[in-house]
Design a protein around this ligand. Sequence first.
Ligand code: FES
Length: 63
Amino acid sequence: MDKTSREYEVCLCCHTTRGEVEDIIRETGVDNLKDLCAAAKIGTKCGGCREDLQMILDDVLGK
Ligand code: FES
């Protein structure tokens, strides 16, 4: 699956899609990975999704 698709399941442990993560970033205004993980309750199990979460964060924030 294309990582830029909103349907992309970014956190396999929590079954969270990219679209959900994008919405959480916009709704909560988080601007760093630690706060995003806490706000979305993701990235806290295996940690394998953190690189992708950072990418999504950068995309949404326009970095
Ligand atoms: S894939 Fe997100 S914590 Fe494991």
